[in-house]
Design a protein around this ligand. Structure first.
Ligand SMILES: CC(C)(COP(=O)(O)OP(=O)(O)OC[C@H]1O[C@@H](n2cnc3c(N)ncnc32)[C@H](O)[C@@H]1OP(=O)(O)O)[C@@H](O)C(=O)NCCC(=O)NCCS
Length: 176
């Protein structure tokens, strides 16, 4: 399956179960890529998970863009948020939680997902620029962001702490 075969659409309430599965997988598989951690997410009640999820269903300002196979399986996602009610910061959006399940990597899906997110941020949310952060050791994601025109404007040392290990993050931005 190639990038042109997948379906991209914002997640909806009916995607809750698939979202939880993929979120848990992502937190286990790529812990340095996310601010949240697997154990805390696992410890949440079903109701808390549902409430958290529902707060992310406000397209185009605060949502998750999903990558689905033609059969409807969720295989990737990325989050977007923009504080559109605040005049001083609503020109900026933030991208977070970008993830493609390992089996489907290296086929252009991440790139297609990110391109669609950038388009929606500009056209639908009215954003002028987007920000993100990425672990300095994450060659794949950093390469993707550079390819799509993101610039590094700084590095936050010790941005995350996983056990006893600190993770530095590059801070990146792109004008839309
Ligand atoms: C980062 C991630 C989303 C990329 O998804 P993907 O579908 O494999 O990426 P694509 O196939 O669309 O690749 C697009 C570009 O990204 C870069 N890239 C992807 N994988 C790469 C790798 N392993 N090494 C270096 N660059 C890579 C390349 O520039 C590539 O373009 P090219 O194929 O013309 O060389 C995926 O690796 C992933 O989910 N990683 C774990 C979670 C994560 O790190 N998220 C980012 C948090 S900031």
């Amino acid at each position: 399956m190639n990038a042109e075969d997948v379906i991209l659409r914002p997640l909806e309430e009916r995607d809750f179960e698939q979202f939880v599965q993929l979120q848990q997988e992502a937190l286990q598989q790529a812990p340095e890529a996310f601010g949240s951690d697997y154990e805390s997410y696992q410890a949440l009640s079903l109701l808390d998970k549902e409430q958290q999820f529902e707060m992310l269903l406000h397209y185009p300002y605060n949502y998750l863009l999903g990558v689905f196979t033609p059969e409807g399986r969720l295989i990737g996602m990325a989050g977007f948020m923009c504080e559109h009610t605040k005049p001083k910061v609503r020109h900026k959006g933030r991208i977070w939680g970008m993830y493609i399940t390992p089996q489907y990597r290296g086929r252009g899906l991440g790139e297609r997902l990110l391109r669609q997110l950038l388009l929606s941020a500009k056209e639908d949310a009215g954003c002028e620029q987007v920000l993100l952060s990425v672990a300095t050791t994450n060659q794949a994601a950093y390469g993707l962001y550079l390819k799509l025109g993101f610039l590094r404007y700084g590095t936050e040392y010790r941005a995350l702490k996983l056990g006893d290990t600190y993770v530095d993050e590059h801070l990146m931005m792109r004008l839309l």
